[in-house]
Design a binder for this molecule. Structure first.
Ligand code: GUN
Length: 292
């Protein structure tokens, strides 16, 4: 069994990006600038955004965190987005999801300038991805592709089963694994809450990508020998024995499934760190595109 070490690979990627930034500085060029907008006080979202800002500092990017209150109106948020769209110093920005209930997420994502949409959530970028055109690939799916690529995991002709059809992970992943090229050329099954007899499907999978958010959902009896497992679950489970009072748990019963797997991502330290590294990569791409 090979552990797909997202912590190590994400560090490698950040070092590569830091090298690029050094070259930019040496050439007297402007360094990439990422902005992150966060609305409200959700603990997990604040933690993610703080990690994104720290990662920018580590590679030498400029970063701006925009914090808006939980009672922010749709119009106020849209105004902030128009400001970021028009600010030539900002190369890319993200709106951390989920948003409070008074806000229409679809309208907000549509307002982002597609050239600055480093999350790849704008319908224009999502459509470009589905049509194999150059675009910003959403950071978590992009990170999974990068892990498969750097570990040389064979995906061609394999049966990939994706669990969960979220717009951020499951849906784009199902498109990307079926695209022509590597990683891709898979035969893809997208499963979700209405799927009947999921064990029958997962037990035929060569590769399983689980983005469900149900701790320990995928059990050893549900997979075949030598399966490749990508666990995207990051649920906070209460645990008094830890300093924070919770621990992060994936969708996969790691202890037992890892005994059957050929490759598997740990949680934490698998897909999670890759997401941030690929957001940085998209921001670097955004800067490079602005210069062209
Ligand atoms: N919420 C959970 N994952 C993500 C992500 O990748 N980007 C944004 N903006 N919000 C998220």
């Amino acid at each position: 069994m090979v552990l797909l070490d997202g912590k190590k690979i994400s560090n490698d990627i950040k070092n590569e990006i830091a090298e690029e930034v050094k070259k930019m500085k040496a050439n007297g060029e402007k360094v990439p600038h990422l902005a992150a907008v966060i609305v409200g006080n959700d603990g997990a979202s604040l933690t993610y955004v703080a990690s994104k800002v720290r990662a920018c500092e580590r590679v030498g990017f400029d970063s701006t965190m925009v914090r808006l209150s939980n009672t922010t109106s749709q119009v106020e948020l849209l105004d902030k987005i128009y400001e970021l769209n028009d600010n030539p110093d900002i190369d890319g920005f993200i709106i951390q999801l989920p948003l409070p209930k008074q806000i229409d997420t679809q309208k907000v994502l549509l307002a982002v300038n597609p050239d600055k949409d480093v999350d790849g959530f704008h319908p224009m970028n999502f459509g470009r991805m589905a049509l194999d055109m150059s675009t910003f690939i959403p950071a978590t799916p992009f990170g999974i592709l990068e892990l498969l690529d750097r570990y040389g995991v064979d995906t061609q002709g394999k049966h990939t089963v994706v669990i969960g059809r979220s717009h951020i992970v499951g849906r784009p992943m199902s498109i990307l694994m079926g695209r022509k090229g590597f990683p891709g050329n898979s035969t893809v099954t997208l499963t979700h809450s209405h799927t009947k007899n999921i064990t029958q499907i997962t037990s035929q999978a060569d590769i399983i990508i689980s983005a469900l958010g149900v701790p320990n959902f995928l059990k050893a009896e549900m997979v075949k020998d030598d399966v490749v497992i990508i666990d995207v679950g990051i649920t906070r489970v209460p645990d008094d024995s830890t300093e924070k009072g919770y621990r992060i748990t994936g969708d996969v019963d790691f202890e037992n499934v890892s005994k059957k797997a050929s490759f598997i991502t740990p949680v934490p330290g698998g897909v999670g760190p890759m997401t941030i590294a690929m957001l940085l990569k998209n921001t670097l791409l955004a800067r490079e595109r602005q210069m062209k």
